[in-house]
Every structure is written in structure tokens, then in C-alpha cells.
Design a protein around this ligand. Structure first.
Ligand SMILES: NC(=O)c1ccc[n+]([C@@H]2O[C@H](COP(=O)([O-])OP(=O)(O)OC[C@H]3O[C@@H](n4cnc5c(N)ncnc54)[C@H](OP(=O)(O)O)[C@@H]3O)[C@@H](O)[C@H]2O)c1
Length: 379
């Protein structure tokens, strides 16, 4: 393996420090932490002398450029990604280094599309939206589909989570809620046809495995998953999501209905509201994030149905690990040149195996028996 330098801007933040931990434990690459402030002693101890620090402010061109000069791969964990936009991705491109982004700002993908051919010629790789939501939220159903099905007729998929969101993460949640309709839409697929539905009136009460139980979720379909559904010709597909916790749910409904997302000032105020709401939701409770998928179709010519669940409590650790795995796969030559959503990594199995090695377990109820009423209805 060629030793590379992986730079992590925001390496002392909630997501960044978990990415750093993974890279220290699981790789032998050089690690360069970046941020505006010097890491505190606990962070230095965590990095165990395996990493160095270089001050960087991503909003200052010279500083960002000097940091890029030191890296082969750059992970950007500084946010909010809706404010950062494509600034760091473009700096990485200019410096001919690979780029990884756990943030969920869809427009970066589209601005890199204009450079995709150039990136392929230069052998440059960008992996975007590679956290848990987005990121794992797309990789998980694709991985489950690939391993268990030849054809898929029906898919219903739910995700829900809670944590003590930082201002940066909350800002991006507010931006995401405000931008439903652009990149993430309230749509469903019915009999092979895409239908727009109302975000609020098309909500559904879904029975999820413990500890979630019955939850009211709302239809949200990210564009990466639409690509997947269309490429696999899935006839009926519904994706539902929500925050787990009454206060954050209420806060996001208010942000959406009252349009508190039009300006940066409003988004900062909405982020403050979400941070407070998340603290209330988390009083005496653990964080948690669940992905729950049901699919019906065929495998080897036989009917197949699957219920698959991934649940964990350490949402920031899982997010940082996803970004770090993408950087590791780039360093190991396992991702082709070009710009990709996490969902477009060709080797989803390798990604998910590395993820599961970090003590994350997928619970599956797989049923190849054609007498099941579920499958009779599906086939
Ligand atoms: N996809 C997912 O599932 C997911 C989940 C959670 C978070 N995220 C995304 O991950 C990003 C980070 O979130 P977080 O919760 O980890 O935030 P955080 O804890 O506030 O960390 C942000 C880090 O970025 C650094 N930073 C901030 N502004 C900077 C600047 N101008 N230049 C250089 N460094 C800067 C900060 O350090 P200094 O203050 O010292 O500069 C800090 O270390 C956000 O964009 C968030 O949306 C994605």
C-alpha cells in the first residue's frame, strides 16, 4: 500500500474526530488535522502522535491552498456544508488531490459534474454525501438489494434518527428541510410511475423494530436513490424519513412551513432552534439512528422477501467512519476516478464490509419461501 497523507479539515469536530480515530486505528497513512483552532490536549492524546496539525480557514483562499498542498486526499468535515458549498471540493480539484465530503449538499455533485471528464483524465476521485444521512442511507438499501435480489418489485424504506446536533449539523438539517423538492423530493414510485405526493398529508405511521416501534414518517426520496430505483426497474418504491423526537420534528415542521430557511441568518436561527429542540428530545435518552428496509422480488428465479435493519446509537462515530472508509478505499485504489455520490461507489459490498467490521450489525429476516403471503402479493 502506498503511504498517503490524508488531511481532515474539521478534524477536531464531532464528525472529524471520529474519522481521525478510524484512520489511526485502521490504516497507516499520514494524518494531517486542520481547523482554525489548535487541537486541545484530549484530541492530541487521541491522535497518539500519529497525526500533525496545520491551521486552516476554508474561507481564506491562501490558507486552504496551503493545506491542500500538504495532502493527497482531503476529507472536509468543516461545515455547515450548505455554506461551504463547493469551495473545498474545487480547491481539491485545483490542487489535483482526491476529495471526500460527509456533508449532504447536493449542488456540489452537480458543480463537479462539469469537471467529471477532466477528473477522469487526471485520475482524481471525489466521494460526496458519505455520512449516515446522506451516505449510509443510500448505500444500505443498494447493498441489501445487490446481495439478496436479482429483480425487485417492491421496496419500502424508512430512516429515523436523533442526537445532540451541533450548530453545523443543525444548520444542514434546516437547509435540507427547506430544500425538500430540490435533490430530495416527496415522491413515490407506483406501478413503475413516479408520482409527486404532499410531504405532510402523505405521511405514514410505520411499525419499526425496537427501540423505535410505531412512528409517523414522511415521504422523502433522495436523487441518488431515485437513480437506484430506476436503474433496477423497481415498480413500487416508497422512502420515509423523520427525526426521532417530538421537539426536533416540530422544529423542522416550523422551519418548513414558516420558510425559515431563505437566508443564512434564518438558517442560523433555525439551527439554534433545532439544537435546543434536540437537547430537549435527548433528555435522559440515548442518540440513535435506524435504517429499516423491506423488499420483495426474486433471487435465482425464486420469490424472495427481505426485512433488513441497521440500528446504532453512535451517530457521529458512524458518520466519521463512513467518510474515513471512503478515504481509505480511495487510498487503496478501490474507487474509480470521477465524482461519485457514496451510492455510486461500485464496490458497495467492500464499503459495507468495512463498515460492519466497526461493530455495526445488520439484522435480516430473509424469506425465500414462495408460500409467504407477502411474496404472493408481490410477485
Ligand atoms: N451525512 C451525515 O450523516 C452527517 C451527519 C452529521 C454531520 N454531517 C456534516 O458534517 C459536517 C460537520 O459537522 P459536525 O457536527 O462535526 O460539526 P462540528 O462539530 O461543529 O465541527 C466542525 C469542525 O470544523 C472546523 N471548522 C469550522 N469552520 C471552519 C473553517 N472556516 N475553516 C476550517 N475549519 C473550520 C471546526 O474547528 P475550528 O472551529 O477550530 O475551526 C470544527 O472542528 C457538517 O457539514 C454536517 O452537516 C453529516
Amino acid at each position: 500500500m502506498i503511504k498517503t497523507t490524508i488531511g481532515i479539515i474539521g478534524g477536531c469536530g464531532q464528525v472529524g474526530q471520529k474519522a481521525v480515530r478510524y484512520l489511526i486505528d485502521e490504516t497507516s497513512h499520514n494524518i494531517l488535522l486542520g481547523g482554525r483552532n489548535t487541537p486541545d490536549d484530549s484530541m492530541k492524546k487521541q491522535a497518539q502522535g500519529r497525526s500533525s496539525f496545520m491551521p486552516v480557514d476554508i474561507f481564506q483562499d491562501k490558507s486552504l491552498s496551503a493545506f491542500c498542498d500538504e495532502c493527497d486526499i482531503l476529507i472536509n468535515c468543516a461545515g455547515p456544508s450548505a455554506v461551504v458549498g463547493d469551495r473545498v471540493a474545487m480547491a481539491a480539484l485545483k490542487h489535483n488531490i482526491h476529495y471526500v465530503d460527509p456533508g449532504g449538499h447536493n449542488p456540489i455533485y452537480h458543480s463537479l459534474t462539469a469537471h467529471n471528464e477532466e477528473m477522469k483524465k487526471k485520475g482524481l476521485i471525489s466521494v460526496l454525501a458519505v455520512g449516515i444521512l446522506p451516505g449510509l442511507s443510500e448505500l444500505f438499501p443498494i447493498h441489501e438489494a445487490n446481495r439478496s435480489f436479482d429483480t425487485i418489485l417492491n421496496m419500502e424504506y424508512s430512516y429515523i434518527g436523533r442526537d445532540r446536533w451541533t450548530h453545523n449539523s443543525a444548520y444542514d438539517i434546516a437547509w435540507g428541510v427547506g430544500n425538500i423538492g430540490k435533490g430530495e423530493a416527496s415522491i413515490i414510485y407506483e406501478q413503475g410511475k413516479l408520482k409527486e405526493v404532499n410531504l405532510f398529508t402523505s405521511g405514514k405511521t410505520v411499525q419499526l423494530p425496537p427501540p423505535l416501534g410505531k412512528r409517523k414518517l414522511f415521504p422523502v426520496f433522495r436523487e441518488e436513490l431515485r437513480d437506484f430505483v430506476e436503474s433496477r426497474s423497481i415498480k413500487n418504491a416508497r422512502v420515509y424519513g423523520n427525526n426521532w423526537g417530538a421537539w426536533v420534528s416540530l422544529a423542522t415542521i416550523a422551519v418548513r412551513l414558516l420558510h425559515w430557511h431563505g437566508t443564512q441568518r434564518q438558517l442560523h436561527q433555525s439551527a439554534d432552534l433545532i439544537v435546543k429542540a434536540a437537547r430537549r428530545d435527548l433528555q435522559d435518552k440515548m442518540p440513535g439512528f435506524m435504517l429499516h428496509l423491506t423488499m420483495q422480488g426474486t433471487k435465482n428465479g425464486q420469490p424472495m422477501s427481505l426485512a433488513s435493519t441497521l440500528y446504532f446509537e453512535d451517530t457521529y462515530r458512524a458518520t466519521g467512519i463512513c467518510a474515513a472508509i471512503a478515504a481509505r478505499m480511495i487510498a487503496e485504489g478501490n474507487i474509480p476516478a470521477g465524482r461519485h455520490w457514496a451510492s455510486q461507489i461500485p464496490n458497495t459490498e467492500a464499503f459495507m464490509n468495512l463498515f460492519q467490521q466497526q461493530k455495526y450489525t445488520i439484522i435480516r429476516k430473509q424469506d425465500p419461501d414462495s408460500t409467504s403471503p407477502v411474496k404472493k402479493a408481490a410477485i
